[in-house]
Design a protein around this ligand. Sequence first.
Ligand code: SF4
Ligand code: SF4
Length: 388
Amino acid sequence: MIYNTLGKTGLEVSRLGFGTMRLPTIGSNDNIDESEASKMLKYGIENGINIIDTAYPYHAEGLDGEGNSEIFLGKFLNENSLRDEIILQTKSPSWLIEQHSDFDYYLDEQLERLQTDYIDIYLLHSLNVPDWEKVRDLNVFDFLDDALSSGKIKHIGFSSHIEVDYLIEIIDEYPKWEVAMTQMNYLDEYYQSGVMGLDFLKQVNMGSMIMEPLRGGRLINNIPDEVNELWNMAEVKRTPVEWAFQYLWNRDDVDCVFSGMNNLEQVKENVKIASTEDIISENDQEIIREVARTYRTFLGNDCTRCGYCMPCPHGVDIINCLTEYNIAHMMGDPKASAMQYFSQIDDDSRADSCVQCMECIPFCTQMLNIPEELQKVYEYFGSEFDHF
Ligand code: SF4
Ligand code: SF4
């Protein structure tokens, strides 16, 4: 495993972090397959991963509820006497905070769920502009100061999908930020805070943590022929997963990349890549840029399958509707995607079930106008398979 210093925290972190939002489940998202998930975590830790990320809602049935990821992780760390061996990161559910006392309420509940009396890194979760303004007005800085003084939190930061201007504004308002988690991969250099955000974090010596390194799997699944042809032209042959991770680890402004791994094979593969020094040549960097340009010509929408918009109160399977539309565009095979769309998504969960209530829009991490995107899906696939 290769380690980096996480900005001004001074912590030495494995450059691959273990994300616990996509652990294996049985039946439903809130039912973690604890046996399999434990094997994955053990393998990762035994092979050098020393930082684990969770959050209040991970592995919940809905977006707002309390999930089971923290509870499982607390149990796992306690039973295996691993709490003090790893850097534990979780996040304050910013969207649930309604009054100042809620900050402490959720922190104390999370400490209990995680069976610990301290959090190594505590992030304000997924700050968007309204939530940022809300928590700032509720004196979040007083809460953070107190939590640091009491030792309940060792280091503080935030995660966010915002534009670089807001990222800088947030950082400028509080001198004690130490880390930020932003979205980055070779398709997203100029999306959200992108490369400019990473550059700013480096300038102010904040630790940079990356989410969406594989862009919701888009960079490794259903790869278009045009992209495979470009990869084949590279000086060094790499798998799509290697390209995605090594692109990030070749940047000197990236400290830790979180991957939400779903099975043991993924953990093994990612650990192996994270343990391999692989300098990407300038020629191969140009191939990556060309691959990004090629992908952009195919995309139907920017959905990353993060799931934050789900569940839709009207039963629309937003993720899979947008995904099938994307795959159809990327693969250039509308009939194959239509077959999936009509066979895998229930009648009343397809795009034409959207009633345009707009409730999902504030939750979209990619700032998509989801009902508008669903309308495009409906116009593309129609309401019956037979016209393909
Ligand atoms: S706008 Fe459509 S997809 Fe979004 S919550 Fe409402 S019905 Fe569901
Ligand atoms: S529509 Fe937005 S919130 Fe929903 S899964 Fe896609 S990117 Fe995530």
